[in-house]
Write a protein that binds this ligand. Structure first.
Ligand code: PHB
Length: 389
């Protein structure tokens, strides 16, 4: 009898304020491209999420975390991502939706997060407008305008007067192009040409010829990292654009650590703006990269892995604050204004937009101890997404 009473009391204590049996795991549904052309995005984000759990423990606010991964390859088909997210909510009964490698995937799932009242943690997709598509979205990656404005300012200050822009023809490319133009022309620069290349299988040859004929001081580029980036870099060299003295500038997606070895020495001298570099000098990044290489010796830590690591950290810290309660309104309230030191440097969640505020570093691709690295040499501190202003 006494035992029964104790059990009832325990149950009441455990469920008080949570609306759920507190010992239930928190189920996180990760929607990620795990195969196909953007498989490295899924791999890196999953690496980051799992590394957080492996190094920091897997129970927060009294609840153990359980991951369910769904492959939304190719990552650019919104209907696929939406169907998988629906399955996660209805069949798997997840508490939190997370992941999202590419913008079309995040856009397609946002209305579901609102409808089903699930917190949605965006760990990569970087079109500025993503966080405006549901009040339950928090982003731990970056936005394209956040990285494009600083590289435009750097170019204007460094004798680059005429720029040709080339971007992938979808959300992040349009954002990168728009912000670069705005910042660069306001600083006195001129845009001498612009091209939007198809996201899938673009033929860069005619674009490269046009750029060469236009003779700009520099080309500003955004392409989602992968096979296309490697093809572009190859063409840039083979068609004599670098020999003609045309400088290549871009957001840091281009010399991403995951494809840096494949780009090879053609990446040397690239100037880029980005929120994360493997070469970032801080104790937090040293601990992160050491743990990463121990867990995944065949891969290199990159910005997507850090987006996943910090996304998992945000979930963990929110669970601690809410004692394991994943109610979407309470979750988002707890996430607003959260601050921490990421492997990338100091970061916070903008209470108004639920987007990440962070340092943006200007880097040069160099060989460090025989290995290609993006070496940071200046930065803009605590930079908010200018795409929302
Ligand atoms: C996106 O689709 O939002 C995206 C993909 C790759 C990037 C950045 C943004 O590097």
């Amino acid at each position: 009898m006494k035992l029964k009473k104790q059990l009832i009391a325990l149950t009441l204590m455990a469920t008080a304020g949570t609306g759920a049996w507190a010992a239930d795991p928190v189920k996180i549904g990760l929607v990620l491209p795990m195969s196909g052309p953007f498989a490295s995005y899924g791999k890196q984000i999953e690496h980051g999420v799992k590394l957080y759990l492996a190094t920091q423990g897997d129970t927060f606010g009294g609840r153990k975390v359980e991951l369910i991964v769904k492959d939304d390859s190719p990552g650019t088909a919104g209907d696929v991502s939406k169907r998988l997210a629906q399955e996660l909510v209805i069949k798997d009964k997840v508490d939190i939706l997370a992941g999202f490698g590419l913008t079309p995937s995040a856009f397609a799932v946002a209305p579901l997060a609102t409808e089903a009242k699930k917190p949605m943690i965006v760990m990569n997709a970087a079109t500025s407008a993503v966080t405006t598509k549901s009040n339950y979205i928090v982003r731990t990656s970056m936005t394209l305008p956040q990285n494009s404005a600083p590289i435009a300012s750097w170019a204007a200050k460094n004798k680059i007067k005429k720029v040709f822009t080339l971007v992938a023809d979808y959300g992040p490319g349009h954002d990168a192009e728009g912000q670069f133009k705005k910042t660069f022309t306001a600083a006195g620069g001129t845009i001498v040409g612009e091209v939007r290349a198809p996201v899938k299988n673009p033929d860069f040859a005619p674009f490269l010829q046009k750029i060469k004929d236009t003779k700009p001081d520099a080309v500003f580029l955004f392409l989602p990292p992968g096979g296309e980036t490697i093809a572009f870099m190859k063409g840039f060299k083979e068609r004599g654009l670098s020999a003609a003295g045309i400088q290549l500038i871009s957001t840091g997606d281009l010399p991403d650590e995951d494809i840096l070895e494949a780009l090879g020495d053609s990446a040397l001298g690239l100037i880029t703006a980005f929120h994360y570099s493997e070469a970032h000098k801080s104790p937090e990044n040293k601990a992160y990269t050491d743990a990463y290489y121990k867990a995944y010796p065949k891969d290199r830590p990159n910005f997507m892995s850090v987006g996943g690591y910090d996304g998992m950290r945000l979930i963990a810290e929110v669970l601690k604050k809410t004692n394991g309660n994943t109610d979407a309104d309470k979750f988002i309230e707890a996430a607003r204004g959260m601050k921490w030191t990421s492997p990338r440097g100091p970061v916070s969640i903008d209470p108004a937009t639920r987007d990440i505020v962070q340092n943006i570093y200007i880097r040069k691709t160099e060989k460090v101890n025989g290995k290609l690295q993006n070496v940071e040499f200046e930065h803009v501190a605590d930079f908010k997404d200018p795409g929302k202003q």
